[in-house]
Design a protein around this ligand. Structure first.
Ligand code: ATP
Ligand code: MG
Length: 328
């Protein structure tokens, strides 16, 4: 049995990248493991957010987690800000991370590039993410490839405290899926697809309509070579569409190359769009049934109290070990 933790930010509706790189794997991991799936709203405010929209996106994300198959009887589904131990341990871990190592994080560099005002939270996001993971004695963290560096930092800070104070934390392993870990932008296929990309055409959102999905895939950036084969360096756009098609259809890249090698990009894109629509349709149907129900609140209340009961034990152990409070 493993203890599993993963989170998604409610910065917008989750994307096809979030789904193929991370969320898709969550339901099957529930079997035989102890899973914590989190809506990391405190991470979302590291960049500016509209408060009303943020509330809505939190609810939406909860319904999406359930629609993809998270079973609240098997897993703990909760909102980060409703479990105060996250911010409490996050603060402690900030005090054991160095500014230099945080400034080296590529996500910080990417998200702060070209901005006049960058919040302190954007820099200190990784220790809060480390707290999210370490609070539950997590062994395994299923994430997309972009989170690898943050996971290494989590392991380093956990080992740093373990070396100084004895075995406080379980040092987690990262699980990055072999395919789909880095779905690329449809407009700039050398850049990862992101929820918070300003260009809506670059991203397929899980709740996009059939018409929008088809339009976005049809206008995806490719190349002028007109032949369909996998080559990430020379043909990043086509390779990204092949990854998406393969994951959404269950067909191997090799089979798809053979099937489409001599066909035009037009019919290939039509079929990619159809595969994506068929993958997302059942999730959308479940989502629209769930979003308006009271069931969501009950599940999230229950999840927060289950998570807090585990998290406070880790927090108390750490506070005692490092000398906070009165009791040694
Ligand atoms: P934001 O732009 O707000 O950071 P995001 O799209 O990067 O949004 P996150 O909430 O930060 O989404 O990440 C949620 C999960 O999705 C993480 O496990 C992350 O590694 C994974 N992920 C994010 N983008 C991709 C992508 N393009 N391909 C595969 N996995 C991804
Ligand atoms: Mg992200």
């Amino acid at each position: 049995m493993s203890i599993i933790f993963s989170g998604v930010q409610p910065t917008s509706t989750p994307t096809l990248g979030n789904y193929l790189g991370a969320i898709r794997n969550f339901p099957e991991l529930q079997e035989g493991n102890e899973c914590y799936y989190c809506i990391v709203d405190q991470h979302a405010i590291t960049v500016p957010q509209d408060s009303q929209l943020l509330h809505e996106r939190i609810r939406k994300l909860a319904a999406i987690y359930l629609a993809v198959g998270i079973d609240p009887n098997q897993s703990t589904l909760f909102i980060q800000s409703e479990v105060p131990a996250h911010a409490q341990l996050g603060w402690i871990l900030q005090c054991y991370c160095y500014i230099g190592e945080l400034e080296r994080m590529t996500q910080f560099k990417d998200k702060s590039k070209g901005k006049d005002a960058v919040s302190t939270g954007l820099l200190t996001y990784p220790p809060l993410m480390a707290a999210d993971i370490l609070l539950y004695n997590t062994n395994l963290v299923p994430v997309g490839a972009d989170q690898k560096q943050h996971l290494e930092l989590t392991r380093n800070v956990a080992e740093r405290l373990n070396n100084k104070y004895g075995e406080l934390f379980t040092v987690p392993e990262v699980f990055i899926p072999p395919v789909g870990a880095r779905i690329m932008s449809l407009v700039e296929p050398t850049k990862k697809m992101s929820k918070s990309d300003d260009n809506q055409k670059a991203t397929i959102f899980i709740l996009d309509s059939e018409k929008d999905i088809t339009k976005k895939i049809k206008s995806a950036t490719t190349d002028s070579d007109q032949s369909i084969y996998y080559d990430k360096e020379q043909k990043p756009g086509i390779s990204n569409l092949l990854d998406i098609y393969s994951l959404c259809s269950g067909k191997s890249i090799k089979d798809l190359e053979n099937e489409y090698r001599d066909q035009g990009y037009g019919s290939f894109k039509t079929d990619v769009a159809e595969a994506v629509v068929n993958t997302l349709k059942p999730i959308q149907e479940k989502y629209y049934n769930l979003i308006e129900t009271n069931q969501l609140d009950e599940i999230l209340d229950d999840g927060a109290s289950k998570a807090q009961s585990v998290a406070v034990k880790t927090l108390a152990r750490v506070e005692k070990a490092i000398g906070l409070g009165r009791h040694s």
